[in-house]
Design a protein around this ligand. Structure first.
Ligand code: ADE
Ligand code: ZN
Length: 335
């Protein structure tokens, strides 16, 4: 008889909150630095890994943007995507909705198309080899002005059919969702679903703004909703998915320990919670390690795991027929 964790690990699942730049492992970072003839700010792999000791979101972002400098060519983005999907597959991921931050690259003179073509090439290889499906979600950097996001949307327009949706990431505090009201309206007018990071470090009011002003289809993180009972009621009533990233939240000190995480409270309120890895190269592991850490803290039963993994498909943007087929698979897996 399998334990609830074994059942969860072997169950087919979707990942809905992963930043492709956050899957850059130190080994690949140094290999790409060598290939491109550039230096990283750390002497070697061990020194870089030793720097993964974060006080908050900003201290992580500073290193994350610095490391992204090794990504220069289409081949680099291909290798990054393929490496992520290979690791995700080992954790039972069959479908991934993947964030990318074009502004991090276009600001360094790398064409939007280079980034997109590389990521797509890696995804195509994983689809052919392993049958994995992927969707790309373009994230705007919220520490930059809305006009920069508008320019990024313009750069994306020639490729709009290849971009599934839009998101909002980077430094949350001081950059409320409403700062991006106009550009998100344009994204929605293009017929694209939109999502936003909210209530990670920022207050519950940012979650409300993401819902009311940006009209998001999912909240990324949203773990601070637990501080606002009225908001919890609303999220439950609207069946608004939260893409929760447990290891990220502990590594970035949103919660000091996993046992203090709001995940059980969110589940108890009946919210559509999904589990995700965020920036797995930096936060101690991919989706499987997130499941292990959660189980160690909370000892969930098989029914709770079935709900969480079913939610990964319920909250996804895959077409309804494939969603129903994967949900039936989850049902069979736990039967
Ligand atoms: N970009 C990459 N990871 C992020 C996170 N956890 N929060 C906000 N922006 C991010
Ligand atoms: Zn994130």
């Amino acid at each position: 008889m399998k334990t609830p964790l074994e059942l969860a690990l072997s169950c087919p699942k979707a990942e809905l909150h992963v930043h492709i730049e956050g899957t850059l492992e130190p080994e690949l970072a140094f290999a790409l630095a060598r290939r491109n003839g550039i230096a990283l700010p750390h002497a070697d792999i061990d020194a870089l890994r030793a720097a993964y000791d974060f006080a908050d979101l900003q201290s992580f972002l500073d290193l994350y943007y610095a490391c992204a400098d090794v990504l220069r060519t289409e081949a680099d983005f291909h290798d990054l995507m393929l490496a992520y999907l290979q690791r995700a597959r080992a954790d039972g991921v069959v479908h991934a909705e993947i964030f990318f931050d074009p502004q991090t690259h276009t600001a360094r003179g790398i064409p939007f198309e280079t980034v997109l073509r590389g990521l797509e090439a890696g995804a195509a290889e994983a689809r052919e080899a392993w049958g994995m499906s992927t969707q790309l979600i373009l994230c705007f950097l919220r520490h930059l002005p809305e006009t920069d996001a508008e320019a990024t949307l313009e750069a994306a327009l020639p490729f709009i059919d290849r971009i599934h949706g839009f998101g909002l990431d980077s430094s949350e505090r001081g950059h409320p969702p409403a700062k991006f009201a106009r550009v998100f309206e344009r994204c929605r007018a293009l017929g694209k679903p939109v999502v936003a990071h909210a209530g990670e470090e920022g207050p519950p009011a940012y979650i409300v703004e993401a819902l009311d002003v940006l009209k998001v289809a999912r909240i990324d993180h949203g773990v601070r909703a637990s501080e606002d009972p009225a908001l919890l009621d609303r999220l439950a009533r609207e069946a608004m998915p939260l893409t929760v990233c447990p290891l990220s939240n502990v590594r970035l000190r949103v919660f000091e320990e996993m046992r203090e995480h709001s995940l059980p409270a969110l589940l108890a309120r009946g919210l559509v919670v999904t589990l995700n890895s965020d920036d797995p190269a930096y936060f101690g592991g991919y989706l499987g390690n997130n499941l292990r850490a959660v189980q160690q803290a909370f000892d969930f039963d098989a029914a709770t795991w079935k709900t969480l993994l079913g939610n990964s498909f319920r909250a996804s943007f895959i077409d309804p027929a494939r969603r129903a087929a994967w949900l039936a698979e989850v049902e069979r897996h736990f039967a």
